[in-house]
Ligand binder design. Structure first.
Ligand code: ATP
Ligand code: MG
Length: 177
């Protein structure tokens, strides 16, 4: 199974973001469906189903036992990464605790064979894939609040109509500071 850790984008917020995208941005590459909006914390990749329980127990013991604080992100900037061809929406700043969580989850994944990522963590919601030229600035600046109280382990599956994600497990975050 193909797995990654992520923050969920609540459905009403996802619709708001999709509306803003339609108003403020030209079509740039392939639109990610609103139902697929998420913020990846750490990509695990292919994991044998038999190892799933071990991975979840490790999260229980090493991460959920002393959970990072819940919080809120202000999605207030867009960005473009030419190499993967991704146009995204994300926060300009975020709590160190969220970066710490992403780092720890990446560390767990690395022990299960996923590649440790070297690039800096930038929380982002992918808006367009296969975006080959830098898109123009949005005509309306984004300003979306994304509250998060838990993180999820998601399974990614290729379906007939593209990729779909399904939650496999979730862990609560601690009281906000
Ligand atoms: P598709 O690959 O079908 O275009 P997708 O990229 O959303 O769709 P996955 O490849 O399963 O689906 O990826 C799930 C999540 O993990 C996405 O947020 C994706 O950006 C991220 N991801 C995928 N591969 C990597 C990788 N090698 N390193 C870091 N993050 C990755
Ligand atoms: Mg992919």
């Amino acid at each position: 199974m193909r797995l990654f850790f992520a923050l969920e984008v609540p459905a009403d917020l996802a619709l708001g973001i999709a509306d803003w995208r339609a108003r403020a941005l030209p079509l740039a590459g392939r639109e990610v469906p609103a139902a697929n909006f998420h913020i990846t914390l750490a990509f695990i990749g292919e994991l044998a189903e038999a190892a799933l329980d071990t991975l979840c127990r490790e999260v229980d013991a090493q991460i959920a036992a002393r959970p990072a604080a819940a919080g809120q992100l202000q999605l207030d900037q867009v960005g473009y990464w030419p190499r993967p061809g991704i146009f995204w929406l994300g926060p300009q700043t975020w709590p160190d605790t969220l970066g710490g969580l992403a780092h720890k989850l990446g560390g767990l994944g690395a022990r299960h064979g996923s590649e440790r990522r070297r690039d800096r963590f930038q929380p982002h919601v992918t808006l367009f894939r296969h975006c080959t030229t830098p898109p123009p600035a949005p005509t309306e600046l984004p300003q979306f609040a994304l509250p998060y109280r838990e993180f999820l382990l998601m399974e990614s599956r290729q379906g007939r109509h593209g990729v779909r994600y399904a939650p496999v497990a979730g862990w609560s975050l601690g009281d906000p500071l």
